[in-house]
Design a protein around this ligand. Sequence first.
Ligand SMILES: NC(=O)c1ccc[n+]([C@@H]2O[C@H](COP(=O)([O-])OP(=O)(O)OC[C@H]3O[C@@H](n4cnc5c(N)ncnc54)[C@H](OP(=O)(O)O)[C@@H]3O)[C@@H](O)[C@H]2O)c1
Length: 266
Amino acid sequence: MELKGKVCVVTGASSGIGRRAAIDLAARGATVCGVARRAERLESVISGLSGDGHSMVPADVTKKTQVTAMASHVKEVHGRCDILVNSAGIGGAGTFDGRAAVGRTEEVMKTNFFGALYCTAELMPLLEAAAPCSVVNIASIAGRLALRGSSAYAASKFALVGWSEALHFELAERGVFVSLVEPGPLPTEGFPMTGLVKDPLMRRVLTSDEKVSSAILDAVARRKMQRVVPRWYYLLSIARVLVPPVYRFAQGPLATVRKHRVPEDG
Ligand SMILES: NC(=O)c1ccc[n+]([C@@H]2O[C@H](COP(=O)([O-])OP(=O)(O)OC[C@H]3O[C@@H](n4cnc5c(N)ncnc54)[C@H](OP(=O)(O)O)[C@@H]3O)[C@@H](O)[C@H]2O)c1
């Protein structure tokens, strides 16, 4: 898809992957509408984009009324929506401790899954009118591989993966191409990966916002259903399906990666 003149709504544009995607889309001639809760952070990203005509909507994707207002803004200001990148998300690390885990899981589901659902639903009329168009949902390798200590996050990303795959098959015939970009760990504000960054060996498992953004652009350009970043992580999800005992055994070594992370890492 030629990006020049296309209108792209990017949620989570105030930081990390969403911020990088906004910068890269604008650099290729697209008009960006950034969405996130922190107005000042969003303003500094949007005002620094190349080209003009960009806009922003400070909004919480878990609040339906704010998402409806965001879609109205896109219609009034831009008149169309060609690409939606659902990147808004939070971590949810923590062992399952009964009742206390319920609130955390609800909060993570609301942001990582329902946020993407609300934004896609509210922008659907504009997306269909602009077809062929793209929706890119930022899931995670955690949407294919569940690790101990991340039940809330895994639930939200498994939900996002299942929903996106079903939508991909359902909406393609209407010209709406739904893609999943599934990153492995990378250090960002909400997911600092402190332990991994400090460890010279474990640091190698990290990817970067530039690489994830490049996968987003690739998914849009080639209408790819799935892009895993880095690509070799794809082999891990294959192992889970083809040789479940190997996958279960790998929980041990994978727990080593987990041990290098702290709760704030998501
Ligand atoms: N970093 C990783 O290791 C990693 C790996 C795989 C997948 N991911 C996924 O990538 C996506 C982006 O994460 P990131 O690493 O870029 O983290 P980040 O730098 O913390 O960015 C998260 C973004 O989401 C926004 N956000 C959070 N809750 C929101 C809400 N309720 N309403 C609107 N915006 C909200 C934040 O903005 P405000 O705070 O201003 O609202 C921020 O712009 C997430 O879906 C995450 O699950 C990350």
